[in-house]
Design a protein. Sequence first.
Length: 432
Amino acid sequence: MLWGLGVGYVISGEYFGWNLGLPIGGSYGMLAATGLVTVMYLCFIFSYTELACALPKAGGAFVYCTRALGPGTGCIAGLAQIIEFVFAPPAIAMAIAAYVNQRFTSVPVELVAITAYGAFSLLNAWGVRQAAVFELVITLMAVGELLIFCGLALPHFSWEAFSHNPLPGGYGGIFACLPFAIWFYLAIEGVANAAEESRNPQSDVARGFGTAILTLVVLAVSVFFAATGVAGWEAIVYENGSSEASDAPLPLALGFIVGKESGWYALLLGIGLLGLVASFHGIILAGARATFEFGRSGFAPRWLGQVHPQTGTPRAALLANLVIGVIAILSGQTAQIITLACFGAVTLYFLSMVALIRLRKAEPDLPRPFRAVGYPYLAGIALGLSLVCIISLIYYNPGIALLFAALLSTGLIYFAFAGRHRMTTGWTDSHD
C-alpha cells in the first residue's frame, strides 16, 4: 500500500502537466530539465527516507524541521508542505475535467473538477484503510495503462519529430521549464505523511519510498519519449486549431497513432482518467494529514487538528483544503497552480536536507532504522539542486514567487501572534 501511495501521489504527473513545459523549453530543454530533476529526486528520496523512518509522524517535513531547526523554520517547512499538497489537487482536478471533456464537450470543466474534488474528499473522510485500498487498486490500473500507452507509442517514435524546434526558449528555457519537470515526481514525499498509520514504519516506509521512486523514474522517461516522439512536442501541447495548451497530452499523442475512434483511444481516456484520480485522491489524503498535523501542533487553529471519533480521519482539515482547492479551480490557471505547488515542494526539499544534516550532528544517537544512502554526498546533491530549482523558479516566475512569499508570511504571522503561545511541552514530548 505504501508503494501504491508513493506511485499514486505522483502518477498524474506522467499523464499531464509536464507537457506545459514544452513551449518554454522544447523537447531538448525539457529533457535536460527532467534529467536534472530526476537526479535531484533520487538523491532526495534516498536521503529523506532516513528522516521518515527515524521520526514516523504524519507531519513529515514539518516535524523533521521543527526538531532539527526549531519551530520557526519548522513552521516554514510545514507551510511549504501544505502549499504543495493543497494546490496540487486543483491542478489535477482540471486535468480530470480536460480528459472528461474530450468525450463530453458540453459539460463545464469547472463543474467536473469541483465535483471530483468533493467526491474524493468524502472518500478520504470515510476511512484511511478504505482510501489506501482504493489508491492501491487504481494505481495498479494506472501503471498498466501507461505501459500500454508506451507499447503503442514507442514503435512510432521518430527522432526527427522529437528534434523539431527543440529549444524554442534557448538554453534558458531549460531552467524556465523546471516546474513542469518537477511535476513528473512532485508529492512522492507524501509517503512519509502516512508513516503513523503504517504497521511497521521503520522498515515499510523505506521499502515503499525506494520502490516507488524507481517505478516513477522508469515511467517518466518512457512516457516523455513515447509521447513527444510521435509527432513533435507541439502536437501534445496544442489541439488542432487551438493556441491554448492542453491538459490531455497522451490522448493527443495516441490520436495520431490510432485515431480518436479507436478502442485504444477510448481505453486511454477511461483508464487514463484513473491515473489522474490516483494522484488526486492520494494527494488529498496526504494533504489532509499535513494540515491536520499543523493544527494538532498549535501552528494553526486547533480545529484543524481534530479527527472524527468514528473514522479517525481528519475531516476538518479535508474540508479546509477543499475550500481552498475550489477557489484555485475557479481561477482556471493550471500552469500557475502547478508552479505554486512546485515552490512549496522545492522549499520543503531544501529545508529537509538541511534538517537531515543538522540532526546527524545534533542527535548522533537518534535511532535510525534506515540510514541515508551515500551520505553526505547524495544529500548534498539534493540540497544543491533544490536550491538551483528555487532560484530558477523565482527568476522565471516573480509574480508567483511573491504569492508564495505572501502565503508563507501570513502563516508565520499567525504563528508569531497565536500559534507560538499555544504550543505546549506536551507537543514536544509527543513528537520525540
